[in-house]
Design a protein around this ligand. Structure first.
Ligand code: NDP
Length: 251
């Protein structure tokens, strides 16, 4: 039920952090994973780590905020691997400022990276998934898809948008046998949150105090949900948003 042998997965922002944790899980379940990101050196290191463990992995350099680059990315994926079964929209960023201090350029940067890229990749993937007889889309939201934070106006808007976009495509493409779901990670130790811990005083202690599991998550904590939502085990699950947060959202 969880076997992904013969499947091809594209993971945006898959060269580090949560994306790499999910990519590793998908590859361990048998998929060929293609990591899409901008930093070719970081991607090469990630590919080396995965293939060094005997997993099937490849990378494509792409800025997923750019419509033309997204089209080229899928073209290249089809040339190299011939099919697309799984899309993980994970590329993301944050600029931590209150709304009254945020410029339009900063707002657009966060919205483009987190939300518009997800729209662009989903839209381009649909026809390829139809060709494959169906597909699985996993969009990465956040606790800030649910909660507010004073320093995250664009991030929260983008991650709330990711959940609503997921619901919309889940309903539109169910007839194509495409299931689309969102994953809402809690606080996970990555480059992104290492920066947050430096910028937001007391964050580390607040996260530990509020998370019932009593620890920060690690990227490997996201592997299980990725495999579940990418596999036939979740064929009747679509349009939902699943927290993977050590209990943070119910505490
Ligand atoms: P990282 O900063 O470690 O990873 C972000 C990834 O996105 C990088 O691999 C980066 O690669 C890629 N990326 C950024 N911009 C672009 C772009 N324009 N085109 C292509 N790739 C891009 O962060 P995390 O692993 O923490 O975050 C991954 C996702 O999880 C994000 O969507 C984030 O919002 C979300 N999330 C994270 C949480 C956490 O606690 N860490 C909590 C909730 C959600 P490169 O620079 O090479 O392009």
């Amino acid at each position: 039920m969880f076997d992904l042998a013969g499947k091809v997965a594209l993971v945006t922002g898959g060269n580090g952090g949560i994306g790499l944790g999910m990519a590793r899980g998908l590859a361990q379940a048998g998929a060929t994973v293609v990591l899409a990101a901008r930093d070719a050196v970081k991607s090469a290191a990630a590919i080396q780590a995965l293939t060094g463990d005997g997993l099937k992995a490849d990378s494509i350099e792409a800025n997923v905020t750019n419509e033309g680059e997204v089209a080229q990315m899928f073209q290249e994926l089809m040339l190299r691997h011939g099919r697309l079964d799984i899309l993980v929209n994970n590329a993301g960023t944050n600029i931590r400022k209150a709304a009254h201090d945020m410029s339009l350029a900063e707002w657009n940067n966060v919205m483009d990276t987190n939300l518009t890229s997800t729209f662009l990749c989903c839209r381009a993937a649909r026809a390829l998934m139809q060709e494959a007889g169906g597909g699985k889309i996993i969009n990465i939201g956040s606790m800030l898809s649910i909660f507010g934070a004073p320093y995250a106006p664009a991030y929260g808007a983008s991650k709330g948008g990711v959940v609503q976009l997921t619901r919309s495509i889940a309903t539109a493409w169910a007839a194509d046998n495409i299931q689309a779901n969102a994953v809402l990670p809690g606080w996970i130790d990555t480059d992104l949150t290492r920066k947050a811990r430096e910028q937001v005083a007391g964050l580390h202690e607040r996260v530990l105090g509020r998370t019932p599991a009593g620890r920060w998550g690690v990227p490997a904590d996201l592997a299980g949900i990725a495999v579940f939502l990418a596999s036939s085990a979740s064929d009747f699950i679509t349009g939902t948003a699943i927290p993977v947060d050590g209990g943070y959202s119910v505490a």
